[in-house]
Design a protein. Structure first.
Length: 324
């Protein structure tokens, strides 16, 4: 771990308290000059660190800036060894991990950012990823799994996010098939799984699981195109919340991933599904077909009944509620 990260870890562990340069240097086994340079670099990266003569350095106790040290505080003991990279800004966490995957990096690598300039959603759409209000993370996986089962990665991730948000907010998130998380009718999270398939085995070579969470409403609000759809988890900032949510999602997902063969996520997924019994539109390309949503099976296929009473299980596509 670089000195900058070690300094941040110590300040984060003592949020709101002042630590002298001498204390930090002695603890880390480095010079006070190295501590000063580390603090300056952290300040330039947006960390609200106060520097007061004869007192030292202090990280604002109300800060909610993503950091590796902050995330590790909330990780389960058996997840502490995960390779996690945390950035203030990236092009796309999924793009970074796809590059890693093609370089042969093993599964379990995680990239987390506070902003994306090229955030990506389903069907080639962009994903709004502004600075300092959301949480954007991707996980590299190499599962022994048939291509047809890849949807389980997305649905397990949806359950992981819902459980994490419920734990930290006392709100009950719902899941819109197949991959969106809602609170009070507003989308607070989108999930995109991108996979590479092996031509020889017909299974997955790798999968990159991308998760974008609207922790707070961005400055100036959401763009007009999504203003009626998107919403935040919280309307006021909370100390260390994004680090906590990131860790809870990782803890939940890796636990479910370890038991994929048992479909351990399915009961929770089914329980949280939105619009069961409601009239919906099944959307494929530009075509909308009226139907009634009946639920989802253990393969996470959407079960619908069309107006001609024909029933179908759907593996891909989108749905929307039919307004009266």
């Amino acid at each position: 771990m670089a000195i900058k990260d070690k300094v941040l870890e110590l300040l984060d562990d003592n949020k709101g308290k002042y630590l002298s340069g001498e204390q930090l240097a002695d603890t880390l086994g480095c010079t006070r000059g190295a501590v000063w340079k580390a603090v300056k670099a952290l300040q330039e990266n947006g960390y609200p660190i106060s520097a007061v003569t004869n007192k030292g350095y202090s990280l604002d106790e109300n800060t909610d800036i993503l950091s590796l040290a902050g995330i590790k505080k909330y990780l389960d003991p058996d997840r502490q060894g995960l390779e996690i990279e945390v950035y203030k800004e990236v092009s796309s966490t999924n793009l970074i991990l796809k590059d890693y995957a093609n370089q042969g990096v093993p599964e379990g690598r995680i990239v987390i950012a506070g902003m994306q300039t090229q955030g990506r959603g389903r069907l080639g759409r962009s994903f709004f990823s502004p600075s300092d209000s959301g949480l954007y993370m991707s996980i590299l996986l190499r599962p022994d799994m048939a291509a047809a089962d890849a949807v389980k990665i997305t649905t397990a991730a949806a359950v992981s996010v819902a459980l994490a948000v419920e734990k930290v907010s006392d709100q009950k998130p719902d899941i819109k098939w197949v991959n969106d998380i809602y609170i009070n009718g507003r989308k607070i999270c989108g999930i995109l799984t991108e996979a590479s398939f092996s031509m020889e085995s017909g299974g997955l070579d790798y999968a990159v699981l991308g998760i974008g969470v609207n922790t707070y409403e961005p400055e100036g609000g959401f763009p007009e195109a999504i203003r009626d759809i998107a919403g935040p988890i919280f309307h006021e900032r909370k100390s260390d919340m994004r680090n906590r949510i990131a860790a809870e999602i990782i803890n939940n997902f890796m636990r479910l991933y370890d038991s994929f063969e048992e479909n351990s996520f399915y009961p929770e997924y089914r329980k949280r599904l939105l619009w069961v019994g409601e009239k919906i539109n099944v959307i494929r390309g530009s075509e909308k077909t009226p139907a009634t949503m009946l639920g989802a099976d253990e393969d996470c296929r959407l079960h619908v009944r069309y107006e001609d009473c024909r029933e179908e299980y759907i593996s891909s596509g989108e749905i929307s509620i039919r307004k009266a």
